[in-house]
Design a protein around this ligand. Structure first.
Ligand SMILES: C[S@@+](CC[C@H](N)C(=O)[O-])C[C@H]1O[C@@H](n2cnc3c(N)ncnc32)[C@H](O)[C@@H]1O
Length: 286
């Protein structure tokens, strides 16, 4: 069942946290004079219009990226994120939002490669159109897209030829089996390629599966990991809905805990929907 369309959520608080971190991880990877791969197991449509279509229905971006768009005095990592989005909004009004594959593309160098999976046929088509819009044809060697299940497709890519990779795992979790699929995929991926950086996104919900998934990931005997959660509002009384999101990162840059300690209070202040907004940050880096 593929009912999830990321266009409804583009630029919301969860995208803000995920994409700030993604850009910083890629920036760190690009410091070394050796190419790397970016693998996105759940890539989405690439580029999202914020001024028409699905995104306008609930205007989730107004509680996310919009709140940072004109904010002054932001820490560098948040400024990097806003600047990256500005590249795609030349008129300085926020009209479109680049998803993870396009943001990653903007942060990568000529010899780095993107390998992107998107299962939804419409979003797959849009993903390819998004790259075409940036001037990339199907015969380019930099970006490869697959209309395939990313949980399975990643197996054939690991270990990646340059032995360096950043992997984003960003499933919709509309099917609760996605939590188990993530753990299985991570276990298998680490057996194939232990030194990659894996960024796993998850929702904060009033149900046990997200925390159970994190507990299982921590039990994989990882040497280096980081877990950050960002709550934007008090969990609802009826028990439904997403009150925030988290990222579990395996083999994060050693600089990431310090960077997040600096920016999370700012994100809480700027994106809070009520006084239940908060963050947690824990990490183990050897
Ligand atoms: C949360 S969205 C991705 C957003 C994107 N990573 C970003 O940050 O801009 C999840 C995407 O995964 C796609 N999807 C769902 N199951 C999938 C699977 N097993 N393999 C690949 N894509 C899948 C959905 O169609 C949806 O576009």
């Amino acid at each position: 069942m593929l009912s999830y369309r990321h266009a409804f959520h583009a630029g919301n608080h969860a995208d803000v946290l995920k994409h700030i971190v993604l850009l910083q991880v890629l920036k760190y990877a690009a410091q070394k004079d050796k190419p790397f791969w970016y693998i996105d197991t759940h890539a989405g449509a690439g580029m999202y219009a914020l001024d028409k279509g699905y995104a306008t229905q609930n205007a989730e971006f107004s509680g996310g990226v919009s709140r940072l768009w004109d904010a002054g005095n932001l820490p560098q990592a948040i400024r990097d994120y806003v600047d990256a989005i500005r590249q795609f909004n030349p008129e300085s009004t926020l009209k479109c939002y680049p998803g993870s594959p396009i943001l990653a593309f903007s942060a990568m160098r000529a010899d780095d490669r993107l390998r992107l999976f998107e299962l939804h046929p419409n979003d797959y088509k849009l993903l390819n159109q998004s790259f075409k819009g940036l001037g990339l044809g199907p015969d380019n060697r930099k970006v490869m897209t697959e209309a395939q299940n990313g949980f399975a497709g990643i197996k054939a890519l690991l270990p990646p030829p340059p032995r360096r990779a950043v992997v984003l795992v960003d499933p919709p979790y509309e099917e609760k089996q996605d939590y188990a699929r993530v753990v299985e995929m991570v276990k298998d991926s680490l057996a194939r390629f232990a030194t990659g950086t894996y960024i796993i996104w998850y929702p904060l919900l009033q149900r046990p599966e997200p925390q159970q998934m994190i507990d299982k990931l921590k039990r994989l005997q990882l040497k280096n990991w980081l877990n950050v959660t960002f709550t934007v509002q008090t969990p609802s009384i009826d028990g439904f809905g997403m009150h925030g999101s988290g990222l579990f990162i395996i083999n994060p840059p050693w600089t990431l805990p310090g960077m997040l300690a600096g920016i999370m209070p700012v994100l809480v202040e700027k994106l809070a929907l009520d006084d239940g907004a908060d963050y947690t940050l824990e990490s183990r880096i050897e």
